[in-house]
Design a protein around this ligand. Structure first.
Ligand code: NAD
Ligand code: MG
Length: 298
């Protein structure tokens, strides 16, 4: 079923034809190889000028939630700097051309978020290439399941924290001197921050950290007029899920345990990012906006 953010339909019946089968890709995975394809809003997202002239940096902008957000931002009038891994060039090229078709200035800035020098240079290149920075979306992330803590390698624990937490710190710290009043920072946390799975000990811990980082920093920056918020997705169909984000045997049932009874699509996240990035959310600070199909959260 096609949908857009203005059509009223039964949300329990949306994407009723979505039936993923077992599949796996090596990390970081490609949207191009996902079956069925995720809905990034390519053919449906309609902008109304809510981000006209804003300049955004989005990590993990090549695929999934970050790509859907990039498309929405561009169609709302923003210019976009995209961060992603070099292996994701194919996905990034496709998204960049969709953004350009929307009239956006686009920067493609591949690199590894685990590297602090890349994170700092990413901000510098985004600021100089776009002519400033108004919106930072920390969205890149690593999720690899592990069933037994005694086999969770130090390397994976470190990589998960570097990608999900340290990169957010390095990038935000480098961005702050460039952000003026009215700027917004949006961090991607997860329902895992509140309802951790037993097989995602490292990942869930990073997501709780992101949530708390967001709420602490939001108070520090509010007097400067810079708003910090988070979005907590539930189960969303993206490459993260088929690159050992969870056991393959669970893919067919993915998202069915939510009150809505289905997985979400990246296109269903993008409007939430637009809301927090735009001036519409001027009194929303330190909030975690849950987009999770109805799972209760604290
Ligand atoms: P995704 O695979 O499409 O996006 C994750 C992106 O992170 C990748 O595209 C990649 O560009 C980037 N990334 C990962 N490791 C990197 C590294 N070392 N250096 C540079 N970039 C790196 O999957 P997604 O689900 O859209 O993930 C986006 C965010 O949403 C993540 O923070 C994830 O934790 C979060 N999230 C996803 C779900 C879900 O069900 N899909 C649920 C809750 C939260
Ligand atoms: Mg990707």
């Amino acid at each position: 079923m096609t949908r857009d953010q203005y059509t009223f339909t039964n949300p329990a019946e949306l994407y009723a034809d979505f039936e993923p089968e077992q599949q796996s890709q090596p990390e970081p995975g490609l949207d191009a190889e996902l079956e069925p394809k995720a809905d990034l809003g390519e053919t449906t997202y309609r902008g109304t000028g809510r981000l006209t002239g804003r300049k955004a940096l989005i990590t993990g902008a090549d695929s999934g939630i970050g790509a859907a957000t990039a498309i929405a931002f561009a169609r709302e009038g923003a210019d976009v700097a995209m961060s992603y891994l070099p292996e994701e060039e194919k996905d990034a090229r496709r998204i960049a051309s969709i953004l350009q078709d929307a009239g956006a200035n686009v920067l493609t800035l591949p690199g590894d978020l685990r590297d602090p020098d890349y994170c700092r240079s990413l901000v510098d290149r985004a600021v100089s290439g776009l002519g400033g920075l108004d919106i930072l979306v920390n969205n890149g992330g690593k999720q690899v399941y592990n069933e037994d803590l005694t086999t969770l390698t130090d390397e994976q624990f470190d990589d998960t924290f570097k990608t999900n937490v340290y990169a957010m710190f390095w990038i935000t710290k480098a961005a702050l001197p460039h952000l003026a009043a009215g700027a917004t920072i949006i961090n991607t946390t997860s329902v895992q921050a509140y309802k951790p799975s037993e097989i995602l000990v490292d990942y869930a811990s990073t997501k709780a950290t992101i949530n708390t980082f967001t709420k602490a920093l939001a108070q520090q920056l509010a007097p400067k007029g810079i708003r910090v918020n988070a979005i907590a997705p539930g189960p969303i169909w993206t490459p993260l899920q088929v690159t050992e984000g969870q056991p393959q045997s669970k893919i067919a049932e993915f998202g069915k345990q939510t009150p809505l009874g289905r997985a979400g699509q990246p296109a269903e996240l993008a409007p939430a990012y637009v809301f927090l990035a735009s001036a519409e959310s001027s009194y929303v600070i330190g909030e975690t906006l849950n987009v999770n199909g109805g799972t209760p959260t604290p």
